[in-house]
Write a protein that binds this ligand. Structure first.
Ligand code: HEC
Length: 114
């Protein structure tokens, strides 16, 4: 009986550490498609920003792959996307999964240094 408890405890701990060790749930591949449809017109094909839009809106658009943007947590990025960030209006019509996917894609942009 005692052993069963230990076994259960080990299982729970194992599952918990697995949850911490796994990367964000989104798929960067699918996120790329979400990005192309909902973000690219403003953020450019690699998240570098659309210079004429930035000029028109009087903002400096940071490349999404830049250190400053990558320093944000996934939760913060999610908030920027779904609730808006300064002059960017909230992006509507995305499912929770699409938001996770596009965040995974933004992380890819960070890795490729673009
Ligand atoms: C209508 C144009 C437009 C669309 C569409 C758009 N953005 Fe933005 N986004 C902006 C602008 C402009 C800024 C900078 C706002 C500012 O600095 O005032 C910005 C800022 C951001 C930031 C914060 C960057 C920082 O400096 O920390 C993130 C993250 C972001 N956008 C992600 C997205 C994602 C993901 C999508 C698509 C789901 C998207 N945006 C769609 C215009 C847009």
């Amino acid at each position: 009986m005692r052993n069963t408890w230990l076994y259960t405890a080990a299982l729970v701990l194992g599952a918990a550490s697995f949850a911490f060790a796994t990367p964000p749930p989104g798929s960067a591949k699918e996120g790329k498609a979400v990005f192309a449809q909902h973000c690219q017109m403003c953020h450019g094909d690699h998240g570098q920003g659309n210079p004429s839009l930035a000029k028109m809106m009087h903002v400096k658009m940071l490349p999404l792959g830049s250190k400053q943007v990558q320093a944000k947590s996934d939760a913060q990025l999610k908030k920027d996307i779904t609730q808006g960030y300064k002059k960017m209006s909230p992006i509507r019509g995305l499912s929770a999964k699409q938001v996770d996917d596009v965040i995974a894609y933004i992380r890819e942009l960070g890795k490729s240094g673009k």
